[in-house]
Design a protein around this ligand. Structure first.
Ligand code: SAH
Length: 264
């Protein structure tokens, strides 16, 4: 017998969107200049049905939950062995999905792993020109927020280094089954023109992480967890600031100053 719905599993972050006009708005936010797309966590297919209608788009659906996979196979002929993979998105080789071609990412993300999804996208940033996704509103705001805002954090800096991020709209709890505890937000990330940052990217990551890990301290206090001759940076104007006050460009500048001192 055909099951008419999937039992929501909390540990998989399953909150099914039931408002079709919102589903359509999310899919419409994906620009149509790409040939390929990946949907993370199609669930019962509320976004899938609109993605399928885009005839110029070649979409692959990645779903970890066997019950959802069975549901999708039974309800959408377009979900077949080639297009629908039962897999953990976090463990996929994304470069193999479209034989090395670029692809956009779309999804109502499982909120419990949204940061890990973004770190994964960053690993493949040169293959992913655009992402449209729904996540917890606070996280969505944080990612899209400019420096100087208390919401600005590690992932905001890493993502904003390579993507322009727009906060598109807020979605209320009541349009999901079961409703989540918090409001949701939809954002769009568009790859910028930065191929590589103007500094040692590994050191940049260290600088961003070490300073945000002590975000209430001034940089003068937090850079001291990084190995270099700290006295030489004491009078740098950034040292009086906190990490959330620095833009991506200023983190690049700071990284270069530290690298120069390390090289001496
Ligand atoms: N797109 C659907 C479901 C959103 S809920 C809707 O909008 O209604 C999040 C979905 O992500 C669930 O279907 C869940 O099973 C799936 N999911 C959770 N973790 C996953 C992972 N690691 N890889 C792929 N899919 C995952």
């Amino acid at each position: 017998m055909l099951k008419d719905k999937v039992r929501a599993k909390k540990n998989l972050g399953q909150h099914f969107l039931v408002d079709l006009s919102i589903a359509k708005r999310i899919v419409d936010a994906l620009s149509d200049n790409q040939r390929n797309a990946v949907e993370i966590g199609p669930g019962m297919g509320v976004l899938t049905q609109y993605l399928i209608q885009r005839k110029t788009l070649n979409t692959k659906f990645i779903e970890i939950d066997g019950e959802s996979v069975e549901y999708l196979r039974n309800h959408f002929p377009e979900c077949n062995d080639q297009t629908l993979l039962q897999a953990d998105f976090l463990h996929l080789r994304l470069d193999e999905l479209f034989a090395g071609e670029k692809f956009s990412v779309i999804g109502n993300f499982p909120y419990n792993i949204s940061s890990q999804i973004f770190f994964k996208i960053l690993e493949y940033k040169d293959l992913v020109p655009e992402t449209v996704c729904m996540l917890q509103r606070e996280v969505a705001r944080r990612l899209a927020s400019p420096p100087g805002n208390k919401d600005y954090g590690i992932l905001s800096v890493f993502l904003q280094a390579y993507y322009d991020i727009e906060y598109l709209f807020t979605v209320d709890e009541g349009v999901f089954n079961p409703p989540p505890k918090v409001k949701s937000g939809v954002i769009r990330l568009t790859r910028n023109s930065v191929a590589k940052l103007d500094c040692d990217e590994q050191l940049f990551r260290t600088v961003v992480k070490s300073t945000f890990n002590q975000r209430r301290k001034t940089l003068w206090n937090s850079v001291r967890t990084i190995q270099f001759d700290h006295e030489q940076i004491r009078n740098h104007p950034f040292m009086k600031l906190r990490p959330e006050q620095l833009s991506v460009a200023q983190f690049v500048e700071l990284t270069n100053v530290i690298e120069q001192i390390q090289k001496q």
